[in-house]
Design a protein around this ligand. Sequence first.
Ligand code: 26Q
Length: 841
Amino acid sequence: MSRSQDELDLPHCSPVSNEHLQDPPPQAMDADAVSEDFRHYYSYHLGRDKSCVSSHYTYAALALTLRSRLMERWKQTQLAYDQPDNKQAYYLSLEFLMGRSLGNAMLNLGLSKAVREAMTGLGLQLEEMVETEPDAGLGNGGLGRLAACFMDSCATLQLPVTGYGLRYEYGMFRQLIEDGHQLEEPDHWLRNGNPWELERPEYTQRVQFGGHTERYKDHTGRTHVRWVETSDVLAVPFDTPIPGYENGSVNTLRLWKATATDEFDLDEFNAGSYPESVAAKNAAEHITMVLYPNDSSENGKELRLRQQYLLASASLKDVLRRWRAKHNNDFSLFAEKNVFQLNDTHPTIAVAELMRLLVDRHGLDWDAAWEITRNTMAYTNHTLLPEALERWPVRLFRSLLPRLLEIIHEINARFLNEVARRWPGDAARLRRMSIIEEGDDPQVRMAYLAIVGSFSVNGVAALHSKLLVEGLFRDFYELWPHHFNNKTNGVTQRRWMAWCNRPLTELLNDTIGDGWITELSQLEQLAPYAEKAKFRKRWHQAKRENKVRLAELVAQDTGVTFDPDALFDVQVKRIHEYKRQLLNILHVIHLYARIKAGDTADWTPRCVLIGGKAAPGYLRAKLIIKLINNVAREINNDPATEGLLRVAFLPNYRVSAMEVICPGTDLSEQISTAGKEASGTGNMKFMMNGALTIGTLDGANIEIRDAVGADHFFLFGLTAEEVAAARQHYDPNTIIANEPHLTRVMDLLESGYFNPYEPGLFADIIGSIRDPHDPWMTAADFADYVRAQESAAAAYRDREHWLRMSILNTAASGFFSTDRTMADYNTDIWRLEPVQPLPRD
Ligand code: 26Q
């Protein structure tokens, strides 16, 4: 049934080189050249002229102009990486939340000025062209955006790192708000084509599903395993160039698209069932049709497991293909020259797949293959919520990936032997640590497979990494303490400052030069300027300009008017109970109650913005969105709040919206229940852009506060330890009764004030706050949150004081660059040498 790769009817590269086919000369980087190329693409490639000027085509022409300049650099970079001595890393991730590419390409190619000049010369609005590009929304939130920031930093550091992911036809859903409810709309982001991707059919890989295994003996009498009668799918790679910042390097993001094999057509067609053959083709292509829109694992969905395996298998085969082209079947140096970073457990099936490929396909014995696998894989964990740890039913594995299940069982048997040798007679420990969770419906614990199959396990912030080894992974830490490490997250300052915040970038460049764009720690030099009144004034002007822009976005998308002189208080992130948007809205209700009670002496006018998507099946999160919208409606429509308080829910929060939001924010809400948010990365974007944080001691907030100093951070709430201790005797109803402010808020909420036409609508939410088993302990932190909010409001009224603190936040944000994060991964885990692109001949 399966035919070999060579029989696939695909384009391929001839091994005979054509000496006449020299590269054309390098392309000029000045405004005139950009303008000329732009007109060339517009007329001769897109076939448009001056009579039809739509931003879609001008965007496309500019994208092609930039892309052609990426191509030459891309080739020279990849040729350099492929020199046999270089070690390479592969970042395996089901999500890459790239956002838009145009501005990033302009910036990193060093073409910002030339492009602006060229477009002005052509009478075109660059802004409008930028807005035309759809976000590449191939991720849910933090984990996917982190992968995108990592790619930017690796290219900038000239590290040979390739991203491997899936080319979802439909990315993250578009969120509409209708009558306060979230509606989801499919995001067909590829509809108008994607100028940034390059299809590479010549590197197509075949991926097997289903079937069964058989044993056979080779001529020496050794037993081997064959996986047969499978239904195969093809994975076709699409490459996106990832330019480094003004360094001539271009890395690769390789995304796989699933397509049907020709056999579908032939076998079914010959059986006389053409329509069925087309239907089968469809089923294959479904695998990469849509991104799963939940950001804590949804267990047991077969299609999701197919996605994970397609990514793991196609990517490993791609790496092995390149290896074998140079080393044939000699894998002795493979682990020395290759490393795979697993972005959470989602691609962890790669551990078993690499074993399968080495043993079944390339003839290595188990121990040699295991040695290679364990020295090649590294795993990053992104969650502390036990319920979010991925588990797959063994029976699903048996039917979909039977050979991989056998391999997992073998890995587990050998691993449990090792545990038994270390702790003889400790049956409870064996049960706890087993990769297979026994029970009526046994499950594969993917995190355990990832730990057992790798040489490094890291968390994403100091607290998170500490809690991992004390809690979820404690047994494994006792066994292999040296495998565990921390790599605090970051964000790329190229997108999250240099691109998205022009007013502040200009001020920074004027003041300390532009070295911070590649070395963020240079922002330290700003600190002394916090004391200079003239500088503070310029800082204020930049922030105000950004607030005007944010207010325009809010007005356009919600109809709510924000006054740029008010305190802009912002919480944008996925909607989740542990992130406690509910606590935020309770505080908003409290402010409203104060206004209604006439308690407005020394008031700080405040505009509260909340945005984020709820997983479509997460009903309580959707109800929280509805509550926020209802509260916003009542407050904004009450004349008593005029000039004092505004509330808006921003629909369809996404990367490109954050590019407007974080520069215009004064107060960043990072208010998760301590011990629940692994790191957070929005917190870093806000800090870098001069926002102050109101937050709990959770995730990277702790490191943010340490960096900027306790006086410049609004801390509140229980610590992770106190949360754990308070749980035993948590009594929210007594807390509510004893806190007059909270009593008043709950009274308003329970009176139906915010749902006059929908009685009882919020009963579920009210019940959750009053539940002694509320895992998020919202009521416990309310009073302290209100206190911290009051101190933020007071601080804002002292403008000079606030500006000083704002400047010091930016100045202290140097640590939170993914350049630093990537340097840390490289020093402790990857051990790559930076590689310069080859010079052109
Ligand atoms: C798993 C199985 C099936 C379907 C979906 C999933 C799934 C998808 C996405 C599970 C989790 C995610 C995303 C998790 C995530 O974004 N975590 C965040 O990662 C950030 C980067 O490290 C941290 O800053 C955040 O604290 C963490 O919540």
